[in-house]
Design a protein around this ligand. Sequence first.
Ligand code: NDP
Length: 262
Amino acid sequence: MENLQGKIVFISGASSGIGKACAEGFAQAGAHLILCARSIEKVEEIAEELKEKFQIEILTCKLDVQNKTAVNEVIDGLPSNWKKIDILINNAGLARGLEKLQQGTMDDWDAMIDTNVKGLLYLTRKIVPFMLENKVNGHVINIGSTAGIHAYPGGAVYCATKAAVKFISDGLRMDVVDKPIRVTNVQPGMVETNFSVVRFHGDQQKADNVYEGIKPLIAEDIANIVLFAASAPPHVQICEVTVTPTNQATAGIVHKEKVNLH
Ligand code: NDP
């Protein structure tokens, strides 16, 4: 297994859920971290805790990945020794709404497309050239979804964004095939994080119903897979991993024990 000690890992969406769990996992492995999200207070709190616990260095940045100018400024503004990023984890993402397409909210579509697709592209476009320049064994790890494999009712736009993540990952893998850069697309099924609360615009009850009657994955399950891919020897590229709870077969096929739904 490749040693992650001292590597520089950039994690988008590190304030919650899978991104936060990845930050903890890489910190424990002795990597140095650049953590970003819009909720900078949460990111700073996480960073303080991890620095103290694991004696690693952490840079934090307030960043909305939808904002192309902000992405450029944040990355350009990194101290030069921090620009030698070894691993980029494109995790920032969200689902908004579960309406039928013909009843969907256009602002929700913009948020999903601008974050899940364009934000991921902006960070990748900015950071991969640094990996090449610095001749690191680079690794881009994208958090896709089972939603990118099969659509489900009410999920057309979210599913389309995650299908885009799959094809951006596949395309990038081809574009860097002659370079020491690996590209991994991790495609989780149901993971209990803040994801559903965000999808339902803060309605905790609706979010809780999503996970009733099934034992969902937890953020650490996904972080463990990300860490496994990142710590494989440099000649081993884990292209794609799909992971679901045992009672989930595809994005839309889930077995739930009967419970009294609210
Ligand atoms: P959470 O809501 O817990 O975390 C999402 C993270 O993304 C937060 O840190 C949030 O930070 C950040 N984020 C959202 N929008 C932006 C933005 N515009 N700029 C920067 N950061 C942003 O959900 P998860 O941990 O579950 O989600 C992580 C990834 O996993 C997403 O890409 C999601 O699509 C994917 N995924 C989740 C699944 C699940 O069931 N939970 C299943 C499959 C994939 P902040 O709001 O502070 O900016």
